[in-house]
Write a protein that binds this ligand. Structure first.
Ligand code: SAH
Length: 346
């Protein structure tokens, strides 16, 4: 379905056929610079505004909007045209504003510890559905006197399983919304073909790989797609990405008590980094609890020890701040299939 942010500039030009040429700039800037709805683009005639609004409906219907962390984290639950649901999380930090977007409704990767993985796959998102999440967040940030500058593809879904739409969205976010590629991060479970495709794309976006384990036996269990793309292949693709982009590579590591927080886990990770000459940065968080996974996150004390062990082994590592735990907006907790308490639409 064609929605408000589906058309690129050329496709919008086709829609504006018969209008004076300058209208294209006016509408494009209205949508992406002023962040206006078609009905609000005041410098184009009312009849055209109405025609655009009818041809290009919004893709996202708000079901729930929840705020936590003293107003610094906002989670949206959206309904799509087919009734499937996705989530978006806006995070305001003192020095930056970041939005975490979904790339699929559900996810087929089946990581047992992830709420989205537990819920299974519904469908890919379109470019319009991805871009609209960013525009809505940018608008909300603006009402707070802030500017959205960072986008992370760490919401629901596996972005590299929907690479073409994700890439089209990246181009729009960069080219039309004007966000720097250095501030865009794609997080992947480790789909090697997707990483290789991304390495050949022109913009140097950041790559985050959800590693969680550094030996195949354990990673096969935690991240089942590892059976298809084992660590040696994954590390080789990561090295290729770094060589192509010179961008920062990070490894995500959710620490699970007694499972992947042992000294041997840190040593195995350090060995991969050495073997592939990977100057990767490891982001550590304790696993967030989800309904379908019995094991718990490592205690914070152990998270910090694990960080120190990695650093002592020459691996860059930091403990990540966690946002939105109290509104189920934290990492791995996004699962629109879960029962939700409905709050009135705004
Ligand atoms: N599919 C992509 C992006 C979405 S998940 C990926 O796998 O990278 C975003 C991050 O949250 C991933 O690093 C994922 O492994 C992590 N995550 C999933 N469930 C989690 C949980 N319960 N606690 C902490 N992190 C979790």
């Amino acid at each position: 379905m064609t929605t408000l942010y589906t058309p690129d500039r050329d496709e919008l030009a086709v829609l504006l056929d018969g209008e004076p040429r300058y209208r294209l700039d006016q509408v494009w800037q209205g949508l992406y610079t002023q962040l206006a709805d078609p009905a609000e683009i005041s410098n184009v005639p009312k009849s055209l505004r109405e025609r655009l609004a009818a041809a290009l409906p919004g893709a996202l219907t708000q079901v729930v909007r929840r705020v936590s962390d003293g107003g610094d984290t906002v989670k949206y639950l959206w309904a799509l045209d087919d009734g499937s649901r996705i989530e978006t999380v806006l995070m305001l930090y003192p020095d930056r504003v970041t939005v975490c977007v979904s790339s699929q409704a559900g996810c087929a990767m089946a990581c047992g510890f992830c709420a989205t993985g537990q819920a299974g796959f519904t469908r890919h998102l379109t470019v319009g559905e991805i871009v609209e999440q960013v525009v809505v967040a940018a608008r909300e940030a603006r009402t707070m006197g802030r500017r959205l500058a960072n986008v992370v593809f760490m919401g629901m879904g596996e972005p590299m399983a929907n690479e073409a739409a994700v890439w089209a969205a990246i181009e729009r976010i960069h080219g039309a919304l004007g966000l720097s590629a250095r501030h865009l991060t794609i997080s992947t479970v480790g789909l090697v073909p997707g990483i290789r495709t991304l390495a050949a794309r022109p913009l140097p976006v950041n790559l985050a790989v959800s590693l969680h384990a550094a030996n195949d036996e354990l990673r096969n269990e935690l991240v089942p797609i590892n059976k298809r793309y084992p660590l040696a292949q994954l590390m080789d693709a990561c090295a290729g990405y770094l060589a192509a982009k010179g961008r920062r590579l990070s490894f995500e590591w959710a620490l699970i008590d007694g499972v992947n927080d042992r000294g041997s886990d840190a040593r195995e990770l350090a060995r991969w980094c050495r073997t592939f000459h990977l100057p990767a940065h490891v982001n550590l968080i304790p696993l967030n609890p989800t309904p379908g996974y019995p094991t718990v996150g490592s205690p914070l004390r152990r998270v910090h020890e694990f960080r120190d062990e990695l650093v002592a082994l020459g691996v860059n590592a930091t403990v990540r701040r966690n946002r939105g735990t109290d509104i189920d907006a934290a990492c791995g907790q996004l699962a629109a299939g879960q029962p939700v308490v409905l709050t009135p639409r705004r």
